[in-house]
Design a protein around this ligand. Structure first.
Ligand code: 26Q
Length: 818
């Protein structure tokens, strides 16, 4: 209940909006129109708090966090806002009284898909936690014209469809042209020296665009705090603003118009893989420069026009290396615009910048060719060059006779700008996203930097917001919890452990199972509607949903399904013992990632054969969820029982899906990788199904280069049969060669090592662990206990905890008082 929310007033507002927006009475509007009318009314309701929050920032002069991220995967706003303002029930009732169904209205909203996966969703969870806890923070990003593509499955193949998310407008955003600023690209730098001997730099013959911010509200849970997600759009610069030099240059005007259009056109759909596209670098500079310009202007405005004390009142958190240009761009603004000397400017920069690393995968580490970088950002490049020069001097002083240190640490090396190294050198803090990940960074990838600055390194284990992934996604289980332990868990997740008082209470366990069953029915309906597949709600729901990537080993999952299917057909004892199971797999592959796309095709081909084989009596079903995204994720997590977290150990920095499953009572079947390690630590090994090599074993095999998958192929007949089915047309009769590429990747080393991700090596141990899940599942109460324990023990994995830890160790923000 929200005491300020007046249902009758709200209904009146909604009816008014229907007239104002559509010239219709409320009983004539469609669900989509009703969504608009409701959203506008809700925006109206929160706008006062939005204003008050920002007034409080200024009055209380609190330290402000700028969370810079190329991605914010917020998902739908309406439902989340209703939950966070505690008006969900009233709005539901109000709409019922108008003969509308809130769920159907929520379904009309397009998922804002301004992110790829984990990194973007993490940013969204952090914003939710910051607003709930009451801290001054801006999310700063890009308003992509087209977000993450929508995935269509055609003939088993992934097809990418442009995500025209703004087609019907975005009711929650506000355009803020008064904060527009100019961002310049290219050109040539000229330096002039004044009478005092000071150098001044100016740019000539550049192209520029106007950056226009759009603000979206970030509503805290029951906190009256409304923070801002500021995403930047690009518009062509008004011709009158061009240098006199350029006035009337028609070709240039067109060039700049195209630049503006292109820059925010599309989110690069690459997850954990860099693309060396110039446009991507433009995007990075565009939103970084605009963010820094406004941060500086805002600070000066409320501090008598000076930047004094700036370093104590702002912090810029860089979400991976994508916003690393923050370091040299802030140097440029401080020196060229604000007239600071190098040393003073560097002191400020290295007190306000902080960097989060999300990967150790070398193909994801950002590097830019120096010539491209210099051409696009000549002045910024000269600053990077100077940062590098000074840093290399320092390395030489510290390690006089060690050339390898320069090779290992220099920012400019081998014709490239190494963005991670620039970020580390320019930051006061570097953090990994799970304990194991941070340890690997310190011991291997970033060893030399850790030796130089041990105090800079932190671990910040990721977390998720229970508001979206429990309160909104799983209302039944939310009520179950609240009925037993009160509602503190909503803002203090560790309280959920109190539920453990009921872990041996049979009634509670049965109720827990019943809720899971209801949620499974909801997913069964979803699958019926979207896949036209009939799934048995009594079967085990075994789920792997995440971006498609070789290191995440969806391939191991589907090969194992093929393996089980063979056994069901050939081994009557196995068949008799087998507990019916539904494998649910979902996720997008980067548009240019052939191997990942073929894995999707394989999953769908196998699904086709298995789902239509009457001889196995429906014991096994395989479902590929099309267009996995935040909105259907909520339905999936709530219905899951086994959570597949099967990456090659050492490769998954953290994972956050694993936590969403855990919260909803799914048991982890996984490797000791990323945050799985900490999940297993919380629930105890006896309440998880762990398998496979440890990260040390994986890294040792890589070091020795002594793994030969052929050894396994030759002595494991059943596994060999599965692999042969990839090339004998079992799942592709019209084209037996279709999966040859996948087969080769496992067995031959045309490029690099065969089976880079140790699929065959971990396979049998995966199978054993999978079989153990069914043994546990058989005893309903044992299973219920294990499942409920996941929910009870997930307290650590709230993003409220993660954000609090960032605040204590890195950001040092002040709470806002409202
Ligand atoms: C880089 C350069 C050019 C184009 C694209 C990219 C790019 C885009 C997205 C590189 C990486 C990403 C996304 C990475 C990501 O999502 N990493 C995940 O971050 C999660 C949150 O910390 C972790 O839980 C996951 O383990 C990690 O894979």
């Amino acid at each position: 209940m929200n005491a300020d929310f007046n249902k009758e007033l709200f209904k009146r507002e909604v009816k008014e909006n229907c007239k104002r927006l559509f010239r219709k009475t409320y009983d004539e509007v469609s669900n989509r129109e009703m969504f608009q009318a409701v959203s506008l009314a809700i925006k109206e309701f929160i706008v006062d708090d939005w204003i008050l929050t920002h007034r409080a920032y200024e009055k209380q002069d609190v330290k402000i966090l700028y969370y810079l991220s190329m991605e914010f995967l917020t998902g739908r706003a309406l439902g989340n806002i209703l939950i966070n303002i505690c008006a969900n029930e009233e709005v539901k009732e109000a709409l019922e009284e108008l003969n509308f169904d809130l769920n159907a209205i929520e379904d009309e909203e397009r998922d804002p898909a301004l992110g790829n996966g984990g990194l973007g969703r993490l940013a969204a969870c952090f914003l939710d936690s910051l607003a709930t806890l009451g801290y001054g923070a801006y999310g700063c990003g890009i308003r992509y014209r087209f977000g993450m593509f929508a995935q269509r499955i055609q003939d088993g193949y992934q097809r990418e469809v442009p995500d025209d998310w703004l087609k019907y407008g975005n009711p929650f955003e506000i355009r803020r042209p008064e904060y527009a600023c100019e961002v310049k690209f290219g050109g040539t730098v000229t330096a002039t020296v004044d009478e005092k001997g000071r150098e001044h730099y100016s740019l000539k013959d550049y192209n520029s665009v106007m950056a226009i911010p759009y603000d979206m509200p970030v509503v805290g849970y029951d906190s009256n705090i409304v923070n801002t997600l500021r995403i930047w759009d690009a518009e062509p610069i008004n011709n009158f603003n061009l240098d006199s030099f350029d006035r009337g240059d028609y070709a240039k005007a067109i060039e700049q118009e195209n630049l503006a259009k292109n820059i925010v056109e599309v989110l690069y759909p690459n997850d954990n893989h860099r693309v060396g596209k110039e446009l991507r670098l433009k995007q990075q500079y565009f939103f970084v420069s605009a963010t820094l310009q406004t941060a500086i202007a805002k600070y000066k405005e409320s501090h008598n026009g000076t930047l004094e004390g700036f370093a104590d009142k702002v912090v810029f958190q860089m979400n991976d290396t994508h916003p690393t240009l923050t370091v040299p761009e802030l140097m440029r603004l401080l020196m060229d615009e604000e007239k600071y000397e190098w040393d003073e400017a560097w002191d400020i920069v290295t007190r306000v910048c902080a960097y989060t690393n999300h990967t150790i995968m070398s193909e994801a580490l950002e590097k830019w060719p120096i010539d491209l970088f210099e051409q696009l950002l000549p002045r910024v490049y000269s600053i990077v060059n100077e940062i590098n020069r000074r840093f290399v001097l320092r390395i030489k002083t510290l390690y006089p006779n060690d050339e390898s240190k320069i090779a290992n640490m220099a920012i400019l090396y081998d014709g490239q700008v190494r963005m991670a190294y620039l970020a580390i050198v320019g930051s006061f803090s570097v953090n990994g996203v799970a304990r194991l990940h941070t340890e690997i960074l310190k011991a291997r990838e970033l060893k030399d930097f850790y030796e130089m600055w041990p105090g800079k390194f932190h671990n910040m284990t990721n977390g998720i917001t229970q508001r979206r992934f429990m309160l909104h996604a799983n209302p039944r289980l939310s009520d179950f919890i609240t009925e037993r332990i009160g509602k503190e868990w909503i803002t203090d997740l560790p309280q959920i452990r109190k539920l453990e008082d009921y872990i041996d209470d049979e009634d509670s366990l049965r109720e827990f199972l019943r809720i899971k069953y209801e949620n499974k029915l909801r997913l069964v309906r979803y699958i019926r509607e979207h896949n036209n597949i009939e799934v048995d709600p009594l079967s085990i729901f075994d789920v792997q949903v995440k971006r498609l990537h070789e290191y995440k080993r969806q391939l191991m999952n589907i090969l194992h399904i093929m393996y089980v299917y063979n056994k069901l057909k050939n081994d009557t004892e196995f068949f008799r013992n087998y507990y019916p199971r539904t494998y649910i797999i979902g996720g997008k592959a980067a548009a240019g990632y052939e191997r990942a796309k073929m894995t999707i095709k394989l999953i769908n081909s196998v699904a086709d054969v298995i789902n239509n084989d009457a001889s196995i009596h429906g014991k096994l079903k395989v479902v590929f969820i099309e267009d996995y995204r935040v909105s259907n994720a909520e339905i999936i997590f709530a219905a899951s029982e086994v959570s597949e977290q099967i990456s090659t150990a050492s490769r998954e920095a953290s994972g956050t899906g694993n936590m969403k499953f855990m919260l909803n009572g799914a048991v982890t079947l996984g490797t000791m990788d990323g945050a799985n390690v900490e999940i297993v630590e919380e629930v105890g090994e006896e309440n998880a199904f762990v398998f496979g090599m440890s990260s040390e074993e994986v890294m040792e095999h890589e070091r020795l280069n002594d793994y030969n998958p052929m050894d396994i192929f030759s002595c494991n007949d059943e596994l060999r049969d599965v692999l042969m089915q990839l090339i004998n047309g079992t799942y592709s009769p019209d084209d037996p060669e279709l999966f040859r590429g996948i087969y080769n990747s496992l067995l031959t080393n045309f490029s690099g090592r065969p089976d880079t991700y140790f699929v065959l090596k971990d396979f049998m141990s995966y199978h054993e662990a999978s079989m153990k899940t069914q043994d546990a599942y058989r005893d309903r109460l044992t299973w219920a206990r294990m499942a409920m324990l996941q929910t009870c023990r997930c307290g650590k994995f709230s993003s409220d905890r993660t954000v609090s830890q960032y605040i204590d160790e890195i950001w040092h923000l002040d709470k806002i008082r409202i």
